[in-house]
Design a protein around this ligand. Structure first.
Ligand SMILES: NC(=O)c1ccc[n+]([C@@H]2O[C@H](COP(=O)([O-])OP(=O)(O)OC[C@H]3O[C@@H](n4cnc5c(N)ncnc54)[C@H](OP(=O)(O)O)[C@@H]3O)[C@@H](O)[C@H]2O)c1
Length: 284
């Protein structure tokens, strides 16, 4: 099976290419794989003739999206529409990567795939949701895969940032404790996408975050525990760290569609984190 990756130089794209190596992976990125140029992307697809596209390319800098609104919509909504229309015209299955930010984040339970999404309160979330809608409208043969709190080889990610900050120069590290989510490893996403790729009949929206939940502070504490780093973490509130884009208080995603489709569950976040840390930074 031949699989074209958009945003192939990004964090998730790189892991997909290294992990799913039983398939013929074709990473594309800027400049040759510009998803915002319909002629360029259509020609690329016709040349590569893949069986599936995994669409990772996006504007992922959540705060920057608040000020560069046109660019956010150009990449996340218009560009995703370009990919969806090209895939449909050329009969290629599309797996599009999306995010927990499509939900506003105030529910008191994890969101499942049947909960209504509207893009929430951020430009990033709204533009990614518009991208999802373009996929649904223009390419019926699709899987939308929502992930969150992502980390992977090479970063950038919360894991890499925490390890950089814990360099011995800070007595304590303030980390937000009033947002909860599912820390998710690119490797775990890649392994679940292998199941999706291998079953041509699957379609629809799937949540694909790791099992279990924690806060950012809990995530940081687990990173330091696993790396045997004696960094003190001081839990704090989101309003002590105001940022241009409000972060969802509840990013937890229920993996109902994996259960309904009889797919294996995602690994627990602590198990996936331990595997990643050892792979990325070696044994401690
Ligand atoms: N990272 C997270 O925490 C997270 C959480 C939930 C969902 N997601 C979703 O997961 C997917 C992958 O995220 P990621 O963290 O791997 O993102 P990433 O590292 O930012 O990678 C995105 C890639 O897309 C490229 N790109 C930008 N504009 C493009 C264009 N016009 N045409 C083709 N490629 C273009 C980027 O190139 P440049 O670097 O040159 O701009 C980059 O290589 C995204 O859809 C994202 O929304 C991520």
């Amino acid at each position: 099976m031949k699989v074209l990756i958009t945003g192939g130089k990004g964090m998730l794209g790189r892991t997909l290419c290294s992990e799913l190596n039983e398939f013929e992976m074709v990473p594309t990125d800027l400049p040759e794989g510009d998803i915002t140029d319909p002629a360029v992307f259509e020609a690329l697809l016709a040349e590569v003739k893949p069986d599936a596209v995994i669409h990772c390319a996006a504007m992922t800098a959540v705060d920057k999206c608040e000020t560069e609104i046109d660019l956010a919509y150009k990449l996340n909504a218009f560009g995703t529409g370009v990919v969806a229309m090209a895939c449909h015209r050329q009969g290629v299955r599309l797996i599009a990567i999306s995010t927990d930010y499509v939900f506003e984040g105030s529910a008191d339970r994890p969101y499942n795939e049947f909960d209504a999404a509207d893009g929430g309160n951020t430009v990033y979330g709204k533009s990614k949701f518009a991208g999802e809608e373009a996929v649904r409208r223009h390419c019926p043969d699709h899987v939308i895969c929502r992930i969150s709190w992502l980390y992977g080889a090479g970063g950038p990610s919360f894991v890499h940032t925490m390890l950089k900050l814990a360099d011995g120069t800070r007595e304590e590290l303030k980390v937000v404790a009033d947002q909860t989510g599912n820390p998710t490893s690119c490797l775990a996403v890649a392994r679940q996408l292998r199941n999706i790729l291998n079953d041509r009949r699957l379609a629809g929206t799937f949540h694909m975050t790791c099992e279990g939940e924690t806060s950012w502070a809990g995530f940081a504490q687990e990173i330091f525990r696993l790396r045997k780093i004696g960094q003190k973490v001081v839990p704090c509130r989101s309003d002590e760290f105001l940022r241009p884009a409000p972060r969802p208080a509840n990013s937890r995603l229920d993996k109902m569609m994996l259960r309904l489709a009889g797919l294996p569950p995602m690994p627990h976040w602590q198990e996936a984190l331990a595997e990643f840390l050892e792979k990325e930074f070696g044994k401690v």
